[in-house]
Structures are given as structure tokens and as C-alpha cells.
Design a protein around this ligand. Structure first.
Ligand code: MRU
Length: 375
């Protein structure tokens, strides 16, 4: 993505080859700061504190975390330690475990002296693949937007999205927003309704930031507004991302996604979920009972963070002192509410048959190499 005159990915190796650099997403949209991660602990902390977030980017950061650990100590015990450290950071996005399995598969059978180099090249491949996959998702999804545009005689296509599933959530392009960018660049009139996405407001801070940077018309809405807009014919299509997709097409995405899917069904609005195959967990079926839902600190609900009038980033309380709060970070939208899944191999039904027609074999299986225990 281009910010000003510079092209960025969301994560990249530092020039000296001893670290990786990220954009600190906790400071956006108010400050654009690049942070250097020198150690696996720093990578784990960046994921934990959500300096990087979004399922594919969490996976890419974890991959580089393994590289940073092995550069200092390529022993089996250190490999095992770092896999466990990184796996424990966030439980819902399956890309994290997928990326760690890729790294383990690539380096586990090698001599210690060869491990760090193999890890760096595997992490780089994961990032390059993610960019290509997201671009392909964009191409397939843009056709859906183009069809809506034709139906509306080139009228504005109103997309509703939740949370941030744009380039900031991936290495580049994004999943749900990749079709928007490609359609916009192709001259299709697209406008995005951006759910603010409480409690952390990734829609207000990140999606609005990146759509603005790309010049895509958008309007920020309160989380509760989507159903109302759908009732009034103001949403043509919902397009969201996913952190984990089950073998039958249930999806876990940022809390509030399920309510949008219900509203979409009640109003006949198509509800699509965009995903790289790295978010498919082929081992589970029932998302509601089987996907682990991350519980985050209650303070994210009782407080709001933003830029104060004096230009200082600050947090304010919005509830009475001591108010109990619960903070489930994700919810599950059952496949029956999903019109289609937009993948790098095309659009399919949210069902086992739909997914298997596109992915007869699990493309996420680790590369050939030594085994070892799964993180
Ligand atoms: O808690 P976050 O910000 O990591 O949640 C991100 C989302 O819910 C995204 O929609 C999801 O990761 C898909 S990103 C391509």
C-alpha cells in the first residue's frame, strides 16, 4: 500500500537483517510510527498488545518471531519454547498456529546451523504468498461488486464492512477490502459503510484510515446502525473477514459480525466473507462450540481511547467506577447466514462441498520437513 510517497507492507525485515519492522497499529490513525522488533519476545508482545493484528498479519508476525529466536539460539529447546510463546498470544485466529506449523515443518529437521536462514526464507515466503493470495481474493471479490454495479446501472455500490480486514490486517491488500480497492481502481463507484467496531474501534481507527489513504469514499457508522441502513436499502452487500473458518463454512470474526449477518438475512442483503485458505481450520465443523473465543481485558469495554483536544493520545472511562464488563473479542457466524466465501481460488458456498470443490486437499499443510510436536 502507498502512504504518501512510500510503499509499505505491514511487516518487513530491517535493513540490517537482524530484526523486523512493523507499523504500530495502536497509534493509528493519529500517529504513523514504525517499530523495530528485535526478539521473539518483542514479536509476541506486539501481537499480544495488538500493535499488529488481523489474522494473516498475526501469522506473519509469529513467523518472524521464530526467525528472531532462532537467529540467537537455534536449539530444539529454544524452537519449542518460542513456538509455545507465540502460540499463546491470541487464541482465535488460526493463521497463528498455521504459520508456526509452517516454520516448525521448515526448520525442525535441519541442522542447527541451517535453521535461522531457512526460517527467514520461510517467513518471507509466507508474506509473499499472503500478498498474492489477498490480491487474488480482491480479483474474485471485485467481480461481485462489479455485478452489483451493473445491476444498479453504474450507481454507487454500498458495501458494509466490520472491523478491519484491509491491508493493515494482512501483509498487503487485505481480504474483505481487497475487492473494494480493486473495484475502486477499476473505476467502479464504491462507497463503504465502516462499522466503528467497539470495543477497540478498529473500523473507526484502521479501516477509515486505510480507505481514506486509498481515496475510497466511506462513512463511519455506529456499530448498531447497520441493520437500520439495510432496512432502508442503503447497503448492497456486506463484506467481512474471518479469523477462523470451519470445514463447513462457519466463520469467527470480530464481535458484532454475527448481528450484521442476521440483519443482512432479514433484509435480503448478500453477506460475503473473504478469506485466505490459511484461515480454514479443516479439523473443526461447528464454529459456535469449537472455535476458542478470545477473552480480552474488560477495560477495553469500560474505556475509550482517542486523541484529546491537546493532541495527546488518551484513554477515558465511560462507565461508573467498578462497573463489571465482559469482552468477548469474536463471535461466530454460522454458514447458513453466509451468501458465499470469497477465497483466493474463487467464490464458493459456505459449506463443506463448497470449500472442498475449491480446496480438494488442504493447501495449508506444512512443507515437507521434519515433524515435531504441533504448537
Ligand atoms: O482483533 P483483531 O483486530 O485482530 O480482529 C481482526 C478481525 O476480526 C478481522 O476481521 C480478521 O482478522 C480478518 S483479517 C483479514
Amino acid at each position: 500500500v502507498r502512504i504518501g510517497d512510500t510503499w509499505y507492507r505491514t511487516i518487513w525485515p530491517s535493513d540490517d537483517g537482524n530484526a523486523v519492522e512493523i507499523i504500530d497499529q495502536t497509534l493509528l490513525p493519529h500517529r504513523f510510527e514504525i517499530v523495530r522488533l528485535d526478539t521473539a519476545a518483542a514479536a509476541a508482545s506486539a501481537i499480544d498488545l495488538m500493535r499488529v493484528r488481523g489474522a494473516p498479519l498475526i501469522g506473519a508476525t509469529a513467523a518472524y518471531g521464530v526467525c528472531l529466536a532462532l537467529a540467537g539460539d537455534p536449539s530444539d529447546s529454544n524452537l519449542e519454547r518460542v513456538l509455545q510463546l507465540l502460540a499463546a498470544t491470541r487464541p482465535t485466529a488460526v493463521n497463528l498456529r498455521w504459520a508456526l506449523r509452517q516454520l516448525e515443518g521448515a526448520v525442525g529437521g535441519l541442522a542447527e546451523a541451517e535453521r535461522a536462514a531457512a526460517a527467514w526464507s520461510t517467513a518471507a515466503r509466507i508474506c509473499d504468498d499472503d500478498v498474492a493470495i489477498c490480491r487474488a481474493i480482491g480479483e474474485h471479490g471485485a467481480q461481485l461488486l462489479s455485478a452489483v454495479s451493473e445491476r444498479k446501472n453504474a450507481g454507487v455500490v454500498n458495501v458494509l464492512t466490520h472491523c478491519n480486514a484491509g491491508w493493515l490486517a494482512t501483509v498487503d491488500w487485505g481480504t474483505a477490502l481487497a475487492p473494494v480497492y480493486l473495484a475502486h481502481d477499476a473505476g467502479i463507484a464504491v462507497h463503504v459503510w465502516v462499522d466503528e467496531t467497539r470495543p477497540r474501534n478498529q473500523g473507526a481507527s484502521l479501516t477509515a484510515f486505510e480507505l481514506g489513504a486509498h481515496g475510497v469514499p466511506h462513512t463511519l457508522i455506529a456499530d448498531n446502525a447497520g441493520g437500520h441502513l439495510m432496512q432502508h436499502g442503503l447497503v448492497d452487500i456486506c463484506l467481512v473477514g474471518t479469523d477462523r473458518t470451519t470445514a463447513v463454512g462457519d466463520v469467527a470474526n470480530k464481535i458484532g459480525t454475527y448481528l450484521k449477518a442476521l440483519a443482512a438475512r432479514d433484509n435480503g442483503v448478500p453477506f460475503y466473507v473473504a478469506l485466505p485458505s490459511t484461515t480454514i481450520d479443516w479439523e473443526i465443523e461447528d464454529g459456535v462450540s469449537e472455535i476458542p473465543i478470545e477473552q480480552r481485558p474488560p477495560e477495553e469495554v469500560t474505556r475509550v481511547r482517542g486523541l484529546a483536544g491537546d493532541g495527546v493520545l488518551t484513554e477515558v472511562e465511560i462507565s461508573p467506577p467498578g462497573c463489571a464488563a465482559r469482552n468477548d473479542a469474536f463471535d461466530v457466524t454460522p454458514a447458513r447466514l453466509i451468501t458465499g466465501l470469497v477465497t483466493e481460488r474463487g467464490v464458493c458456498a459456505a459449506s463443506r462441498q463448497g470449500l472442498r470443490a475449491l480446496f480438494p486437499q488442504d493447501p495449508a499443510k506444512p512443507q515437507e520437513g521434519a515433524g515435531g510436536s504441533r504448537p
